[in-house]
Design a protein around this ligand. Structure first.
Ligand code: UN1
Length: 511
């Protein structure tokens, strides 16, 4: 680590109140943990920056009990009052935006602007949740029976398990936590063990806010291994909802454990997102958008663009433009404001990228640009442009790295078929000025993804929409719109205010 990064990190940790982070946090204090040690690394240097003692299954139990206890009181706090507490959390995040954004950038390796963007996303969802706390609406129905009234109400569900990935160390927790909290649910957060400092910093902020508001135990953290803590959380019948972000493989395991116990899952899994560029598209716009979506966050978003479907008329020109732009992408220290692409998270990620490019060559694809590991400390690579065919095996997979597969298509119909021809279904986009083509892409016979964009890339969604995707992406929706419903239980109520007992469907049962 360079001296300046070390200084930045020390300052950041000091201001965030993180002297000696421990893993389990229950009821507003850090507990002593008994699991193995996780070492956090700075991916830009490969050097260790912190050691965190992880939770054991026993530590998980202590945290779980605190969450359960908190649920008993939190569910009775009026929703708008819960919203006030989330407002305070949002304000505290505003105050710490610079420090937390820097910490995200140091521990995850994404560029500072994206680190700050993540914290902004947390602030945005807090604001959204404050408003939502006054809008947890149920419908009322006209009863078919005289002097009867029917309506539905939404009650808090219970402690929610939130499992997050390394690539969004703080924002994805916030999508879940802010919404769950206004819905009346405590949260037990299991972050990726690759980014424990970010999680501990967020927890420290939560602890301060919740202590001041007199409601500890609503936000809880357990840093732990998948085998011990993860499995305990999945199997725990006290946890009615597991919201998880990660690979399709991980999602399958979650569904396997949570399904049989009739728990709910909200799964946001892998993507294999395509951008279609038609002959009439604004190529300047398309080039900028595709570069951000494919190279931004070093290709480590679930929404990153992995496949670029080029209509034949512009394929050569778009390829040339991208080669030029890729050559100008500044790769390096994520804290340097001029950098556009930081490192991959770790050596495994670099190797997975290299293996994928090997497979590309083996399957007859051609690496047109980049794809080399950079000879410097840290896990830096060049982003890669690859000429590929839609049916290549490697193209079906989500390699969590900046590899962009360029595939030629004849027109919008073939583009839709290729867009949909993978097992994942998260995000998709089309660049065109042809209204008919755009509407076809958005129609019921168009993109089969949870997100479909016109003239913007596949990544960088706002929190106001429901976020998630279909097929192997898991079907979950989190963040905005009416995603809150998953965090509550619906109760249909019928009240008889008459003196008769008419039965529904005209059934007679006279005694
Ligand atoms: C993720 O990569 O898991 O739409 C989430 C986006 C971000 C969220 C990505 N707002 O790219």
């Amino acid at each position: 680590m360079t001296t300046s990064t070390a200084q930045v990190l020390n300052g950041v940790l000091g201001r965030l109140g993180l002297g000696d982070p421990q893993s389990g946090v229950a009821a507003g204090r850090f507990l002593e943990a008994h699991g193995p040690e996780a070492v956090s690394h700075n991916p830009a240097t490969g050097e260790p920056i912190a050691r965190v003692r992880m939770a054991s299954a026993g530590d998980y139990e202590a945290v779980m009990q605190a969450a359960q206890k908190a649920f008993e009181t939190w569910r009775l706090v009026p929703a708008p009052a819960r919203g006030e507490v989330v407002r305070e959390l949002g304000n505290e995040l505003r105050r710490h935006k610079q420090d937390l954004g820097r910490l995200v950038s140091i521990e995850n390796g994404k560029i500072l602007s994206e680190g700050l963007g993540e914290v902004q996303e947390m602030i945005d969802i807090c604001d959204f949740a404050v408003g939502l706390s006054r809008q947890l609406y149920g419908l009322s129905m006209h009863s078919e029976r005289a002097s009867h009234r029917m309506y539905e109400q939404w009650h808090p569900l219970g402690p929610v398990g939130v499992i997050t990935a390394f690539n969004f160390p703080v924002a994805v927790w916030a999508w879940n936590a802010a919404v769950a909290a206004v819905c009346g649910d405590p949260v037990i957060w299991k972050p990726s063990h690759k980014v424990p400092l970010c999680a501990a910093a967020v927890q420290q902020i939560c602890n301060r806010v919740m202590e001041a508001q007199g409601c500890p135990g609503v936000f809880n953290l357990v840093v732990g291994s998948a085998s011990e803590v993860g499995e305990s959380l999945l199997a725990d019948r006290r946890v009615p909802l597991i919201s998880a972000t990660g690979s399709c493989r991980m999602g399958r395991r979650i569904a396997e454990v949570v399904g049989p116990r009739m728990g709910r899952t909200l799964l946001e899994l892998g993507g294999n997102n395509a951008v279609t560029v038609l002959d009439d598209a604004d190529l300047d716009l398309a080039t900028r958008a595709v570069t951000f979506a494919a190279v931004g966050t070093a290709g480590q978003r679930c929404t990153s663009t992995r496949r670029l479907l080029l209509q034949k008329g512009i394929a050569a020109e778009m390829t040339e433009r991208l080669e030029k732009v890729y050559a100008s992408v500044r790769i390096g220290d994520p804290l340097d404001p001029d950098t556009l692409m930081g490192p991959l998270i770790d050596e495994d990620a670099v190797e997975a990228m290299m293996r994928a490019l090997e497979q590309v060559r083996g399957e007859g694809g051609e690496v047109l640009w980049g794809g080399r590991r950079l000879q410097r400390p840290g896990h830096f690579v060049e982003p890669a442009l690859v000429r590929a065919r839609a049916d290549m095996k490697i193209v079906q997979e989500e390699t969590f790295a900046p590899i962009l597969y360029l595939i030629e298509v004849r027109g919008v119909d073939e583009a839709i078929a290729v867009n949909n021809g993978v097992t994942q279904g998260l995000s998709s986009a089309i660049f065109t000025r042809d209204l008919l083509a755009a509407e076809k892409f958005l129609s019921a016979a168009g993109s089969d993804c949870g997100i479909a964009n016109v003239n913007i890339g596949t990544s960088g969604a706002e929190i106001g929409g429901a976020f998630g995707g279909e097929k192997d992406t898991g079907g979950g929706r989190e963040a905005g719109s009416d995603a809150w419903r998953l965090y509550m239980r619906r109760q249909t109520v019928t009240i008889n205010y008459g003196r008769e007992l008419p039965l529904a469907q005209g059934v007679k049962f006279d005694l």
